[in-house]
Design a protein around this ligand. Structure first.
Ligand code: GLN
Length: 231
């Protein structure tokens, strides 16, 4: 299935820790995004050089053409579609709020008045928190990495975190010391991104490989592998 990418190598930016989509296991980068991109590359005959950069850094690297594509649980938003071209969606997400496990004071947005909330720089979670912060009277602090954001809640610097629900579910199930307290807000789906107007063969190859993985049942196997393990 040649779409002009055969034999080529592409630099792919990703997040550092965004389990179950990308995270380290015994030093190796694993997760849904990693399995998808590796299997699609194999299917379509290209190779990938994965760069674990952090979410905002990955998007910036893509914009400055230091990487050819990004797979990072990256939501397909209208704003991003102005500067990036996205693949077909591969996962439906949404935003949720979590607090420290032992916290019985914060159970909804109303309880955030006068408090601080942690988010990750440049994410849909940050955009959502910013969109309601004036209404509920809380402040938002942004961190570059997920670990810093979660630590801020556990240490009490912030009372809550806004993040994608599958990531919160996975973290809570693996005992990260947090619990979710709100229903999930409708969010965007994840897509693989390239710079607008560039690397169109790579984008087409991703879509064709993704369709193959769905048809063969491998897509479901990947999802089950990581989603059953965590949630
Ligand atoms: N899905 C979210 C976004 O695109 C968060 C992605 C991430 O933190 N890796 O903004």
């Amino acid at each position: 299935d040649s779409t002009g990418v055969e034999g080529k190598s592409f630099a792919i930016g990703t997040d550092t820790t965004f389990a179950p989509f990308e995270f380290r296991q015994d030093g190796e980068l694993v997760g849904i995004d990693m399995d998808l991109i590796n299997e699609i590359a194999e299917e379509e005959g290209f190779s990938v050089d994965i760069r674990s950069l952090g979410f905002d850094a990955a998007l910036q690297s893509l914009q400055s053409n230091q990487v050819d594509g990004v797979i990072a649980g990256m939501s397909i938003t209208e704003e991003r579609q102005q500067v990036f071209d996205f693949s077909d969606p591969y996962f439906e997400s949404g935003i949720q709020m979590a607090v420290a496990e032992g916290d019985d004071e914060i159970s909804g947005y109303e309880d955030l008045a006068g408090k601080r909330v942690a988010v990750k720089t440049g994410t849909e979670g940050q955009a959502f928190a910013e969109s309601i912060k004036d209404q509920y009277g809380f402040t938002v602090v942004a961190f570059a990495q997920s670990a810093q954001m979660y630590d801020d809640v556990k240490s009490g610097g912030s009372v809550a975190v806004f993040d994608d629900y599958p990531v919160l579910a996975y973290g809570v199930a693996s005992g990260n010391g947090l619990k979710t307290v709100t229903e999930k807000e409708a969010g965007s789906s994840y897509g693989f991104a390239v710079n607008k107007g560039t690397n169109q063969e790579l984008l087409a190859a991703f879509n064709s490989g993704l369709a193959e993985l769905k048809a063969s049942g491998e897509y479901d196997e990947i999802m089950d592998r990581y989603l059953e393990a965590g949630a």
